[in-house]
Ligand binder design. Sequence first.
Ligand code: UDP
Ligand code: MG
Length: 314
Amino acid sequence: MTSEVFLTVVVPVYNEEESLPHLCSQLYPVLESLEKTFEVIFVDDGSTDGSFETLKSLSSKYLNFRAVRFRRNCRKASALSTGFKEANGELVVTMDADLQDDPQEIPRLIDALSVKYDVVSGWKKKRHDPLSKIIPSRLFNFITSLVSGIRLHDFNCGLKIYRRDVCEDVLPYLYGELYRFLPAIAHWEGYRVGEIPVQHHPRKYGYSKFGTKRLLNGFLDLMTITFIIRFMNTPMHIFGSLGLLSTVGGFAICSYIALIYFDYGNIQSRHPLLLLGILLIIVGIQFFSTGLLGDMLASSKERGGNSPRIAERI
Ligand code: UDP
Ligand code: MG
């Protein structure tokens, strides 16, 4: 089905009242120059400054301007998710509201996408952020690249373009701070993901909403997302392997202690390894049980719950 709107721009907004008028005055000329149908959706993520009032006054000045507001701050992933659900465009661009992303890059993103991709992510090659942000971010990108199997320099650039299908498919993963893994998720879902260098500017107004906890959270989220995507339908593969490893280790240790017993005829109840051996066996069995439970859940989900089949009707 072809959508009537060619391009939707989704902008998450959290306390960005000063930037918004400048953003609109830079973004609209670029969109108009495309000579295609477009819409812009601002998602106010529970701002406590005058962002929504600013959006209201801007809405009368600009065409195809839409804005929604959350009652409270629900985080950037929820703002993007709502933007994706509201979007009518064939293509969806996301960009930050703080003017760090440059609207001039949108035509280049569209061109890159149309060549051979389903998602194109911006790469802040020359980044204008404090070092305390750049260094952890490099580490994060390096590890995410290794784990996800897709080589990108910059997973977390606010400026990205998606084909509509991708937006619909990634919705189940858009909560918490998992939006940082959108390119990896799209790649795992089988979409073609590319990257182009984009201009990045220092933040002029307001303040960054993400502190130093971001790195630790990023790694925890990486574990979550890897786990969800890789093992959602096959939990036994991971828990079973861990269980096997642990149980075999435990048995090996206990057998070693048993050998000592047979050799010396002296029960080694105080042998320091005995406790470890028993612990490993118990933990191993627990891993197996968790795997089984996980598989039962996955299987029940596949079968649409466990409602009994009707055998006969009269
Ligand atoms: N943002 C949001 N909800 C939040 C935090 C941020 O919608 O809880 C928006 C914010 O207004 C901006 C974008 O997400 O448009 C990126 O935020 P920020 O510039 O603070 O991130 P940074 O550039 O420091 O990584
Ligand atoms: Mg920013």
